[in-house]
Design a binder for this molecule. Structure first.
Ligand code: FEO
Length: 396
């Protein structure tokens, strides 16, 4: 009985991945509202068979059964490791134990990681360099160096004959829903969220990778998370914008409020920004999904951070929010910090310390004692006007 669906996505190319519908957190950090997928692909040439990436630990047997529906699992020739992170490489050791003659194909840095993380003996690893090719018999694989997408060892694999780019994390989305791009109504929001969470800190490397793949004829982009792109131009166009750091007349507001004072301050700045025609997205850090914040950071031009002073500094959730902004390295140009204290300040100073190393220009800060007075609201309106003007005058 063939228990699993193993779709042939192109002649001789089979999807043998896993849909992890119930997973709700990734890297102990990123919420997964619709689960995720670990896409793995089996490519059958006339002489050689290759598995491109594997799946998260815990799904080894299911992966093995899927492969067995197409070919003899014990008889694979190669396993390609585009990326060493365990969601893709965590089943390599199982596959290579069963398929004793298989060699692992990976980058130079990948070879070290395969030994360290996945205990693959050095003698079973073959290092591939940029533009190296492997003949499978009627099919040719080409390897493309694409580091830091999302670890330093990452690479892409291109199946020349079928014009398929296997890009691993790049062009991915964390969702178990759908199979092809056309099946998922919210494809771009999911891809954008994923970009914000995983790829945004490496925008410059992403830009270089896009330049490299421009030389290829691509009919299908087959990433290792989320839907397969049968119409690659859509995701390519989105990635061109996101890697270039194109922003919109848009502000993301992230805040924490203990006794509603900071909330009242954010409400006032929202009123003025909206009236000036600026798009606003608001997140209360007590309840926000950080994936949504990451998605809106991809193209927001400015940020407003709202925090009370707690014990001489920012509220811990605001520290977390500001730190995320710093490490995700979004293309934000401008910022405002709004704060309220009970008996002594300190939050503004700490926000400046955290955001100081970023390229964000602080347009205004306001620290008030207790709830905002009429005069405080006037000051916030003035800061909001200045921020709107900066946003409108900025070109990108
Ligand atoms: Fe999907 Fe960086 O692993």
């Amino acid at each position: 009985m063939k228990r699993f669906a193993v779709p042939e996505i192109s002649e001789g190319v089979y999807w043998v991945g896993i849909k992890d519908w119930n997973r709700r957190i990734f890297d102990a950090l990123i919420p997964l509202p619709q689960g995720t997928t670990y896409n793995a692909y089996l490519v059958k040439g006339k002489e050689k068979t290759v598995l491109i990436d594997t799946v998260n630990p815990g799904f080894e047997k299911e992966l093995g059964e899927k492969i067995s529906q197409v070919t003899d699992l014990a008889d694979l020739d190669y396993v390609v490791m585009n990326h060493a992170e365990p969601d893709h490489a965590g089943s390599i050791s199982y596959i290579m134990k069963v398929s004793k003659g298989a060699s692992l194909l990976t980058s130079e840095k990948g070879a070290k990681m395969a030994q360290l993380y996945h205990k693959i003996p050095e003698k079973r690893i073959r290092i591939v360099a940029d533009k190296d090719i492997i003949e499978l018999g009627g099919k040719t694989l080409q390897f493309i160096k694409a580091p830091w997408l999302h670890w330093p060892e990452t690479m892409f694999t291109y199946l020349v004959d079928n014009k398929i780019l296997f890009s691993c994390d790049f062009f991915g989305s964390h969702t178990a829903s759908g199979f092809y791009d056309e099946d998922v109504e919210e494809l771009i929001p999911f891809a954008k969220r994923y970009f914000g969470e995983i790829m945004m800190p490496f925008r410059s490397m992403g830009k270089k990778a896009l330049e490299k793949v421009k030389e290829l004829e691509i009919d299908i982009i087959a990433p290792s998370h989320g839907p397969i792109h049968k119409k690659p131009e859509r995701i390519l166009a989105a990635y061109r914008k996101w890697t270039a750091g194109e922003t919109r007349e848009k502000v993301i507001i992230v805040y924490v409020s203990m006794w509603n004072s900071v909330q009242a301050m954010t409400k006032t700045i929202i009123e003025i920004l909206v009236s000036e025609g600026i798009e606003v997205n608001l997140y209360d850090l007590c309840t926000a999904d950080i994936g949504d914040i990451a998605r809106d950071l991809v193209d927001s031009r400015a940020i407003v951070l709202g925090t009370p002073t707690v014990l001489g500094g920012m509220h811990p959730l605001a520290i977390y929010g500001a730190y995320l902004v710093k490490v995700l390295r979004p293309p934000l140009k401008y910022g405002v910090v709004l704060s309220s204290y009970g008996w002594g300040g300190g939050a503004i100073r700490q926000a400046q310390e955290i955001l100081g190393p970023t390229k964000i220009e602080l347009v205004g800060t306001l620290d008030i004692n207790g709830p905002p007075s009429t005069d405080d609201h006037k000051k916030i309106i003035e800061i909001g006007r200045q921020l709107s003007e900066k946003i409108r005058l900025s070109t990108k």
